[in-house]
Design a binder for this molecule. Structure first.
Ligand SMILES: C[S@@+](CC[C@H](N)C(=O)[O-])C[C@H]1O[C@@H](n2cnc3c(N)ncnc32)[C@H](O)[C@@H]1O
Length: 386
């Protein structure tokens, strides 16, 4: 079983109210579905795409979702007369083995951008294992876009309270971290200091690599201060069925991604800025790196270079890192002994309560009462559910 995503019912509701996202998905599904076909809905939430697939003529729908929202799928499907067509899988798609491959796979498991957690890996797995020959993927393709932008408002968290604050304190040690953090944004085209460009196309019908490494060159088309790089995407859900979360488009649930510059830079019209964007999957999470070179110009005799990364935005504690060193010799603790005793009782056909009582009797100094021991056992076993 998978873990809850953290989306609550209101968040799932906002996704359904998010237009034109929903209308475009619905139309793409309608066009992709043939009477009686099999559909897999990856990241079904409470089953909105599954129910639409039934409405448009699917014969069978597999709704896959690890979040507890999945419990609403059947009541909702019953209310809409399609419960007999939907099978619910309470897990992530990469652990699901289908009886029959799907004619259509629908998903929206992006974050602010499509480079989000295991999105690409899940799509690659779904395409190779779950999709029938000639089957359709909805969405089809996303294109990542970028522009240098003027936005003092979005730059404010890089400045305050680190470089100036209401209390006259020197908090500047926080500044190098703050300028290496990305933030959600919602900007208009008036913020562009140079024309936007595409820097990666994620074609789900062929994609294999979850990482992106691209360099884009910009020329300022007006004189202004650049505060950061703005990232967004253009989604092609089906042929000629698109939506976009970029400036000038209706605001969508995804928002846009703002990558601040190490310091704001004044560009004169015609001056150049080069951005290298690397987005790399490390241990199940993406690290965004943005290298910016600003060519010599009226304000600078030499190229200005910034080397930024969300990795540099994280504060690491040596105490937390040391145990990961390969030459560390781990020490046994009392806590490990208790956990080992708990785990040894698992598989003997005992209830959680039995295990808790046994542990409490063995370690009376550690547990105040049975509820305390029960809490410990359930939490320990929960950590084994990925
Ligand atoms: C943004 S919600 C989408 C909900 C609904 N399909 C919609 O578009 O309105 C994404 C959901 O995908 C789920 N998810 C992400 N990766 C998944 C995977 N590989 N298999 C199954 N569910 C996944 C998450 O738990 C989350 O609930």
């Amino acid at each position: 079983m998978g873990r809850p995503t953290g989306y609550d019912i209101a968040s799932f509701g906002l996704m359904i109210e998010c237009e034109p996202r929903m209308a475009v998905y619905a139309e793409a599904l309608k066009r992709a579905i043939t009477p009686g076909c099999t559909v897999i809905d990856i990241g079904a939430g409470f089953g909105i795409f599954s129910m639409l697939a039934c409405k448009y003529g699917a014969g069978e729908v597999i709704a896959i979702e690890p979040d507890p929202a999945v419990e609403l799928i059947m009541p909702m499907a019953q209310a809409n007369g399609c419960a007999n067509k939907i099978t619910v899988i309470r897990d992530i798609s990469t652990r699901y083995t289908p009886e029959r491959k799907a004619d259509v796979i629908v998903s929206d498991i992006r974050g602010i951008t499509p480079l989000f957690e295991h999105h690409i890996a899940s799509i690659v797995d779904a395409r190779t294992r779950l999709l029938a020959e000639g089957g359709r993927l909805v969405p089809m393709r996303d294109t990542l876009r970028i522009a240098p932008v003027h936005s003092p408002r979005h730059y404010q968290p890089c400045v305050r309270p680190w470089l100036t604050n209401n209390y006259g304190l020197d908090l500047s040690a926080g500044h190098p971290y703050a300028v290496n953090l990305s933030a959600p944004a919602q900007l208009e085209p008036a913020a562009f200091v140079a024309q936007p460009a595409s820097f990666a196309t994620l074609d789900y019908r062929t994609i294999v690599d979850p990482n992106v490494d691209a360099t884009v060159e910009f020329v300022a088309d007006r004189t202004d201060t650049v505060h950061g790089l703005l990232i967004w995407f253009e989604a092609e859900i089906g042929e000629r069925l698109r939506f976009c979360n970029g400036p000038g488009e209706p605001p969508l649930v995804y928002q846009q991604k703002f990558l601040p510059l190490e310091q704001p830079v004044r560009l004169m019209a015609g001056e150049g800025l080069t951005a290298r964007i690397r987005v790399q999957m490390v241990d199940g999470k993406y690290i965004w790196s943005w290298d910016t070179d600003i060519a010599p110009g009226a304000q600078r005799a030499e190229t200005l270079r910034f080397r930024q990364s969300t990795f540099k935005g994280a504060v690491f504690s040596p105490d937390r890192l040391r145990p990961h060193a390969h030459d560390q010799v781990p020490q046994a603790t009392a806590q490990m002994a208790i956990d080992a005793a708990c785990l040894a009782l698992v598989g003997e056909g005992r209830t959680l309560e039995d295990i808790a009582v046994a542990i409490m009797e063995r370690y009376p100094d550690r547990f105040g009462d049975k509820m305390d021991a029960l809490g410990h056992v359930t939490k320990l076993l929960e950590s084994y559910r990925s």
